[in-house]
Design a protein around this ligand. Structure first.
Ligand SMILES: [Zn+2]
Ligand SMILES: [Zn+2]
Length: 134
């Protein structure tokens, strides 16, 4: 799970410049389970830093995803969603409200087609969440 303090420390050790908005982006993701889009992260950050641009948020999220500190998900056809838990896991996706929930890890080694070496498996369950099922 993404911990802002740890990743900030790593970036500092590597000599990366950590601006106040960047720090706020890190903090917006700390322990977050909501799989936000860049726009959602932007809204959180703008509460304290109203002048932060979408580009700053997006490039910071991309940088964190490249480092493996977060995961970029291609689940939502409308926009990229970011996962503060970079360890591969399955998801349940609500088709009405867009909510993405983490599912507990499946036990055992995944089996792929014959002769195919599997590196990872990602299962998406699509349907209606509790809230939308009514
Ligand atoms: Zn829903
Ligand atoms: Zn997730």
């Amino acid at each position: 799970m993404f911990r802002a303090a740890e990743v900030l420390e790593e970036c500092r050790r590597e000599g990366l410049r950590i601006t106040a908005p960047r720090r706020a982006i890190f903090e917006a993701l700390d322990g977050d389970a909501s799989h936000p889009s860049a726009w959602e992260v932007l809204a959180r950050v703008r509460r304290r830093h109203p002048r932060v641009s979408f580009t700053t948020v997006y490039t910071t999220l991309e940088m964190l995803a490249r480092r493996g500190a977060i995961a970029k998900l291609a689940i939502d056809p409308e926009r990229a969603r970011f996962d503060a838990n970079p360890v591969p896991h399955d998801h349940a996706v609500c088709e009405r409200c867009g909510r993405i929930e983490d599912l507990p890890p499946r036990g055992g080694r995944p089996r792929g087609p014959r002769g195919f070496r599997v590196s990872r498996v990602h299962v998406e369950f699509h349907g209606l969440c509790r809230g939308c099922r009514g």
